[in-house]
Design a protein around this ligand. Sequence first.
Ligand code: FE
Length: 334
Amino acid sequence: MRLTLLSTLALATLGTPMFAEEVNIYSYRQPELIKPLTDAFTKETGIEVNVAYLQKGMIERLKAEGDRSPADMVLTVDISLLSGIVAGGFTAPVESELMNNNVPAQYRDPDGHWFGVTTRARIVYASKDRVAASDVTTYEDLADPKWKGRICTRSGTHAYNVALTSAVIHHHGEAGAKAWLEGIKANLARKPQGNDRAQVKAIWSGECDIAIGNTYYMGAMLADPEQKEWADSVNVLFPTFENGGTHVNISGVALVKSAPNRDNAIKMMEFLTSPMAQEIYAKANFEYPVAPGTSADPLVEGWGSFTADDVNLMTLAGNRPAALRITEEVDFDG
Ligand code: FE
């Protein structure tokens, strides 16, 4: 183990001078996910890609490093994280016809500060045994008393649920969204806890009948010997808003304002948002590419098709403070 590590380090050190050009990425996504893409990019352009994988604290790190930050670009999931980095003043706008063509308007900042690469839908996992597919219709319906004691979810303050609540605010206003949260809370089988996959496990074990979760976890569970059983006990159902589509969030990229390798970063961003790269990246994580004419993995396509809610993600980011506040006001996790 140590030997392997040492030789890898030695190779990396020796390898550095071979590349005149490089790009540094701060990523909330695991390097394995983007390795095939960074390799392809280096092969095509000769630009070396360095990925610093962070589990948290990206904003704090950018802040601490200031203009001396080695970061050229960031790669992250969730509009709230992306927009937080933009709001912190850490990004610079990119004007790229290529990216504007590859990324539909609802999945990028009108001012070019961030661009989506893939989407994931926040959907309903429903027990195959106890829930008919036709029982799940809208997000609004999840607050109906017919689901009393049957719903499981992770914390209401987790970014994924805050974004969903932000979408409810967009469609129904703050008071409507608060009533919706109260309705869901009254229907919970247990206090919010665990991650999305833990909710599917709870359906499998009979604790609840439906759960709110992101689509790609289905793929992740099916690939895991222990979790496959949980996944096999549920259907993926795509609710919509009464006057809209299915709630989606994104993974995306942004250029760092102080990027030491600005041109290379823009090249990398253009590469990552290209239809071919979107598909490879989406397939690696069971997500949906956003470029027109692209498609997801056949396994993912097999869960069903849906129309994404057409709200611009900037609107969701803007609703975030209100969404968090009403979640706390109804003591959703309590
Ligand atoms: Fe996730």
